[in-house]
Each structure stands twice: as C-alpha cells, then as structure tokens.
Design a protein around this ligand. Structure first.
Ligand SMILES: [Cu+2]
Length: 474
C-alpha cells in the first residue's frame, strides 16, 4: 500500500501552490488513482484504500513532497498532547494561520539530580530545550534568538523541509551571531518524532545540551493512545565538583540522563492500568547508543524518525536500541499494575558520577590496611570489595556539587541504580497522573525471605552444596 502511494506521489506530484487548494484527502485519493492508472497493477489496492477511507500519504507517517498547509491543529481536538517527564513545551500562538514559536538559545543553570547543578547551554531556560509539538500540515514559523556568547544555528533533525531551512551552519545558512534572531518557516509534511539541535560547532553545543524533541502528530491518527510520553536521552562528562560539562570528552561519559535528569532525579511515567501507552525516545548523546529496557511488558517499535513502521513489519521487544541521532517510538498496553523499571541496559549508563574510575577491589581483604592508612588519612576506609552497591547508602562524603554513583530510596530498600533510569508507575482506576507513591504489592505477590516451612516442604537444604544437572554429550 505504501509503496503504491509512493509511486503515486512521484507521478502525481504537483506544485505546492496548486495543491494548497485541495484538501489532503482529495490529493491522496488522486495520487492513489494516478498510481493505479499508470501501473495498471494496483487498481484493486487503490479501491481497497478508498473503501477503507485510508488516510493516504499525508496521514500515513510517510514523507510527502506536496503537503498542503492545513488549519493549525488544535490540542485535545486534533491530538492528545505529549507528556514530558521533568520537561517543558515550547508555547505557540497562531498568527494568520501560522503557528509561531520563539526559542532563545542561552546559558542555563540546570539541576541534573538533587545535589548536582551544572551550567549548560539550552533553550528558553531549559535543558534540553522545550518540546516543540505540532500537527502534520501545520505551517510553523520559529524564531531563534541567540543569547549565547558563541554563534549557533538550529537544525530540524529528521524534519522534511526546504533546504534553506535546514539550519546547517555555513552549508545552508549563515550562523546566528550572538544577539541575532533568525526566522525559520516551513509546512510540516510528515508525522512522527523529530528533534532539533545546534548544527554549529556541534561537538561543543550538543555536549552542552542544545537539543530538543520535535513531535508532529498525524492529522488523522491510525492508532489512538491514552498516554503519550516524550523522553530525550543524553550523556555528559561532569567531573565531581565541576559545574561545567566537558564537551571535549569522547569516551568517558559519567552522567547519563533522561530529559536531562539522572536517577534519583527522574520523574516517573504514570499511567492507569489498561491504558495504551506510547513512549517516544530521542537520542542526541554525543557518542553512545542506548538500549532502553522496559520491565514487565512486551512492546512494539511503531516508529523511527523515518516515519511509521508498517504493522506487518513491527516485532515485539522488551528493549529498544535508540542509536544516537535517532528516535524510536514504542507502544504497549499497561496491563499490569506496579512499579516497573525502565532504563538503559548498558550497566555503566545506570550509574552516576562517583566511582567509574575506581580500581577493581572485588574479593580483596583489606586486613589491617585500613588501620594503617588511617594514621595518614583520617577516616580512610577501603570500599568496593563486594561491588558498588554500598556507595549508595553509606552516606560517604562526596565532593561538593557531585552525587554518589547510585542510589535512590525505594519502597523496600535502596535502589542501586542511577543515571538513565526511571519508573513506569501503573495504577488501577486513577484519573490524575501525579506521582502515586510506591506500589502496594497484593498479598502473596511479593518476593521475600523464604519461610522455614516452605523450605522443609520443598526439600530445600540451604547447607548442602548447590547442585547442577551436567550436560553430557549425546
Ligand atoms: Cu545507555
């Protein structure tokens, strides 16, 4: 179906000025019919599409070169607005049928997690920049003011637009000098999750936070969801005690963030049991890809930044790899109440600043070492013999303006995670989405210390050597 429509677009292409007189639906039908007539092979498909009142290219999540400008899409009417945990959205107003936005690139004092504040570069006082939200067919006019000390540009990543609006410094425009305001204007020809970021001295400016998400809702959605979340991934090098992320870092990133917050600073995703949930995940980390894993569910990857994935091509997953410079959208039904971890599965990406460079002391017996070192360094204590979990809750002092490697307080114990970690909180019957606190596990559904009676009944002797069933060659 989509292949046929692509053919049709090519053959049926018409100038935008002409197309603007037509509704997108009539154009879609015409292009489908052109394709059928020209190839003589897809008439049946075209008929089927018309019979099903198919949304056509303009509403399919696929690219079109002649999307007419449509009346500005309205939140709550044309789309369900996205929820941005810990984040913000860029406000807009309509002027003569155009959605007008104003973003300001500037230095931003930003809290990554309680105890760690850093000087980043962001937009409109936020890191990352506020989410731009619009609808396929909207015409958008976006003013970009530069209040940084350096030139910058704004590139609309994955967005289909005229070349001169692409925001690549030197190649498609002059850089926006400090104090200048540039104007970008185009009609949104697609739906899906795009991004925006500086395309001038990217290494410095992206590393300091000049990125954001650009969500474009379809004009006529094929699938409805009840909750629609947007999360931007990032990685930073912030030395303990430092207030400026180091943009020169190439490999040793030590702060990993979701919407520029690290656990325990990440807000949960709150949903009601049974709701259909979408999570859009963008990644503009300088160097790394992030496999984001959701506990307790199977989801489908429904979109990339290249558009919607045909249903027949989607496959179930529990982890979605989000390469840098990409977006991935997942959807699932929140069928099971509880507190479900959602996190990057690279183990060093769920750790915070302190401790990545520590020597390997697993299994080491310090013996009298501590005593002897304390004569030189009062209070010295060897750590790490059993791993890093102690770093979370021992209350060990860390340098000012830095946070321990891991640890947030959970319902049952310390959560030995940090960084790119958050929680999907699914609750029965809620109508508000404020943090509902920790999940109360129904009796009989919570793992806990085994009772002696259970052990005896099942013949488990914890003092016997553990057994395995050896595999012998057949
Ligand atoms: Cu990661």
């Amino acid at each position: 179906m989509s292949t046929e429509m692509k053919d049709g677009e090519g053959r049926g292409r018409r100038p935008e000025s002409d197309a603007t007189h037509q509704s997108s639906r009539s154009i879609s039908r015409r292009t489908v019919l052109f394709a059928g007539a020209a190839s003589g092979a897809v008439v049946a498909g075209a008929r089927a599409a018309l019979a099903a009142d198919a949304p056509g290219a303009a509403a399919s999540g696929r690219a079109t070169t002649h999307q007419p400008t449509l009346p500005p899409g309205r939140p709550g009417h044309d789309y369900l607005p996205v929820t941005v945990p810990n984040g913000a959205k860029l406000p807009w107003k309509v002027v003569d049928g155009v959605k007008v936005f104003h973003m300001v690139a500037e230095e931003v004092d930003h809290e990554i997690a309680p105890g760690l504040r850093v000087k980043c570069w962001g937009y409109n006082g936020r890191v990352h920049g506020p989410v731009i939200e619009a609808v396929e067919g909207d015409r958008v006019r976006i003013y970009a003011t530069n209040r940084l000390a350096a030139p910058t540009t704004v590139h609309w990543h994955g967005i289909l637009l005229p070349n001169g609006m692409d925001g690549v410094g030197g190649l498609t425009q002059k850089a926006i000098q400090p104090g200048e305001t540039f104007k970008y204007e185009f009609t949104l020809r697609q739906s899906g999750t795009g991004m925006y970021h500086s395309h001038h001295d990217e290494m410095t400016q992206i590393a300091l936070g000049l990125t954001g998400l650009f969500v474009i809702h379809p004009r006529r959605p094929r699938r409805r969801v009840d909750r629609d979340f947007a999360i931007m991934l990032h990685e930073w090098r912030i030395d303990p005690g430092a207030r400026r992320p180091n943009p020169n870092e190439m490999t040793e990133f030590n702060m990993l963030t979701m919407n520029a917050r690290a656990f325990p600073g990440t807000a949960p995703l709150v949903v009601r049991t049974g709701q259909r949930v979408r999570v859009r995940i963008g990644n503009l980390s300088p160097m790394d890809h992030h496999p984001i894993h959701l506990h307790g569910h199977q989801f489908h990857i429904t979109e990339t930044d290249g558009g919607e994935i045909a249903e027949s091509a989607q496959w179930p997953e529990t982890t979605v790899l989000v390469p840098t410079g990409s977006t991935r959208t997942i959807e699932f039904v929140a069928h099971e109440p509880g507190d479900w971890a959602m996190h990057c599965h690279m183990t060093h990406h769920v750790m915070n600043q302190m401790g990545h460079g520590t020597p390997n002391l697993i299994g080491v017996e310090p013996g009298k070492l501590d005593e002897r070192v304390r004569k030189v360094i009062p209070g010295y204590m060897t750590m790490g013999q059993t791993g890093m979990a102690d770093m979370g809750d021992m209350g060990m002092p860390v340098p000012a303006n830095s946070i321990p490697m891991l640890g947030g307080q959970g319902k049952h114990d310390t959560i030995t995670m940090g960084g790119m970690f958050t929680v999907l909180k699914t609750r029965d019957g809620i109508s508000r989405y404020a943090d509902p606190g920790w999940y109360e596990n129904p009796t009989g559904t919570l793992a806990g210390a085994a009772a002696t009676g259970d052990l005896q009944r099942d013949g488990i002797d914890v003092n016997r050597p553990p057994s395995v069933e050896d595999q012998v060659p057949e």
